[in-house]
Design a protein around this ligand. Sequence first.
Ligand code: GRF
Length: 204
Amino acid sequence: LKLGVLISGRGSNLQALIDACAAPDFPAEIALVLSNKADAFGLERSAKAGIATATVDHRDYPGDKPAFEATMDASLRKAGVQLVCLAGFMRLLSPWFVGQWRDALINIHPSLLPSFKGLDTHERALAAGVRFHGCTVHYVRPEMDEGPIIAQAAVPVLPGDDAHSLADRVLESEHKLYPHAVRLIAEGRARVDGDLVRIHGPVP
Ligand code: GRF
């Protein structure tokens, strides 16, 4: 399965996908990494791994989100991308773009959805006093952080945690979860059925 990975910054989840794809038995490869920021560290990670990259800077399309997204869409198509993975991509995508990639567009979010949509999830989890927190990979729908859930991983909230220690623990779990979710999709085992994803076959 050919992946397009959309990033805006650090790219540690991108790195987890790069590392997973390097294994000979992994059923996906990264065809293109697309960033909306030219200085995203994830672009360096991609170059180091010999992966094609492109920058489509939203600031080059002031007030014209359709043109920004059409450019991204065209470069993903040109690269033969079959599944788009959002990995710390910090622009909200329009219903048009989401519709173009329906059931072929996934996101990783640092909370156990449907709790804590949006930003500052770790601070909000601490403020809510939850004992478990985690991350979710889901198919993207036009509403932010909504859509059929593919996979989740929970981590404990420990006494003494602050947002940083909790974020680190969640991030470690993200790096395992994202490749796992991509594998399920690539093997045809995570299929959208209405508002849910049905998993076919055993899940380790
Ligand atoms: C991750 O926590 C991801 O869940 C969220 O943004 C962060 C991106 O980190 N959507 P990185 O760029 O993958 O290191």
